[in-house]
Design a protein around this ligand. Structure first.
Ligand SMILES: [Zn+2]
Length: 429
């Protein structure tokens, strides 16, 4: 990486500060709420105009028949590619275009893109339109200083990350867009802080446990069998044995925050007996012994654990109750699974971004792993592409909060890191 080239890159990025801020604000002003999946086509068309003018060939891909896709809310994705004049690898920046609901507590307009004290405010500013904008500025500055680069730069803008990524990266991966023959390096500019490299995420196992009883009149509960009491026994067993056992399982994954460096289980919901009365219903409930109780659990597991062990832990607990508790009957149903993933620290894209962070900030990167999953899961599992990280500006703790913002200086700094990554991978030879 020549000294002069990185100096020119830095100048090209600094000259684009106003452009970066405007681009970020423009992206925030297209409200891409998910659910339901608003304005995906609009934001893709906006990006096509922008990237097309910068020499990218753009393709629109609708993820037909994925969850949420309809003619009213089509799941549009954009893939923009700029091939250099010489062969070489493809470096791909993947950003999700969807944002979560606004929620309460805002003091700024969530879709106004207000600029105040060096911060751009709005829903999705941090997660992750600021990262998308930074990657576009980095790519455009790189193309200015390295017009005869090797290989290709790709930028994708994808749908539905916040709801699982099925209409976005998962769909594209299934259609071959992330095949290792066409894409070699992937950077996902999620807000993990500008001097952090996120190597991957913990695993997820969602399941539903149902306990069963027998319906009877509430005045004679001894004539029935209360499914909620059986579920109480499940929760007691979890409290006595499972939660302490999970807390003892520690991981070598550098998960942030450190509280997530162990196995965790969230009881997502418990529903037993009569449904909640609808709004406006003023009557009393009727006296019935509940014959069914359902619990959804959200188990996050470590790279040191197998999903078979995770399942066996729960079914073992339930079988233990069946053996000891009279009339205990249950079913267990998996809802969703994602295996943990962690890219090697010596993978090429990690080494490249680490060198760039060292150059820009003067210290080694912090290597981290996300407690929850993001689209890397699909690139790894469906795309079979391991050379993938999350790296981008923004403070993770601000994601999904009121008055979400991204710092302009942070976007500029991470654009310098991304641009150096492009020079390192595509600028030489
Ligand atoms: Zn995100």
């Amino acid at each position: 990486m020549g000294e002069a080239l990185t100096d020119r890159l830095d100048r090209a990025i600094a000259a684009r500060e106003h452009d970066l801020v405007t681009l970020t604000r423009d992206l925030i002003r297209i409200p891409t709420l998910n659910p339901p999946g608003d304005n995906y086509r609009e934001i893709c068309e906006f990006l096509e105009r922008r990237l097309g003018a910068s020499g990218f060939a753009c393709e629109f891909v609708r993820a037909f028949d994925t969850p949420g896709d309809s003619d009213r809310y089509p799941r549009w994705n954009l893939i923009a590619r700029r091939d250099g004049p010489r062969p070489g690898p493809c470096v791909h920046f993947n950003s999700h275009i969807d944002v979560v609901e606004v929620g309460q507590g805002w003091t700024t307009d969530p879709f106004g893109g207000e600029l105040k004290d060096g911060r751009v405010y709005g829903r999705g500013s941090c997660d992750m339109k600021g990262g998308l904008a930074a990657s576009i500025i980095a790519a455009e500055a790189f193309l200015e200083v390295c017009p005869d680069h090797a290989g290709a730069v790709e930028i994708s803008a994808t749908a539905d990350e916040e709801s699982g990524g099925f209409g976005g990266v998962a769909y594209l991966a299934e259609k071959g867009w992330f095949n290792p023959e066409r894409v070699q390096h992937v950077i996902i500019p999620e807000p993990l802080n500008k001097d952090h490299i996120c190597l991957g995420h913990r695993g997820v196992w969602w399941a539903e446990i149902e306990t069963r009883g027998e319906i009877a009149h509430g005045s004679m509960p001894f004539l029935g069998d209360c499914a909620v009491r059986h579920m109480g026994a499940v929760i007691s067993a979890m409290e006595a044995d499972l939660f302490p056992a999970l807390a003892r399982k520690r991981t070598a994954m550098p998960v942030i925050p450190p509280g997530a460096r162990q196995s965790t289980l969230n009881i997502n919901s418990v529903h037993g007996g009569q449904a909640e009365p609808g709004d406006g219903y003023t009557g009393l409930p009727s006296p019935v012994v509940p014959d069914s109780c359902r619990m959804v659990i959200d188990r996050r597991f470590l790279i040191e654990e197998s999903i078979e062990d995770v399942e066996a832990e729960i079914s073992g607990l339930l079988e233990g109750l069946r053996a000891t508790r009279p009339d205990f009957d249950y079913s267990l149903r998996e809802l969703h699974r994602v295996l943990p993933t962690m890219t090697d620290r010596d993978a090429p894209v990690v080494a490249t971004v680490a060198r760039a962070i060292l150059q820009v900030f003067g210290h080694e990167p912090h290597y981290v792993v996300s407690p929850g999953t993001y689209d890397q899961k699909h690139i790894d599992r469906i795309g079979k592409l391991k050379n993938c990280i999350a790296y981008g500006p923004g403070i993770l703790e601000l994601a999904h909060k009121p008055d979400e913002y991204v710092g302009v200086a942070d976007m500029l700094d991470s654009a310098r890191v991304m641009g150096r990554g492009l020079i390192d991978l595509l600028g030489n030879g």
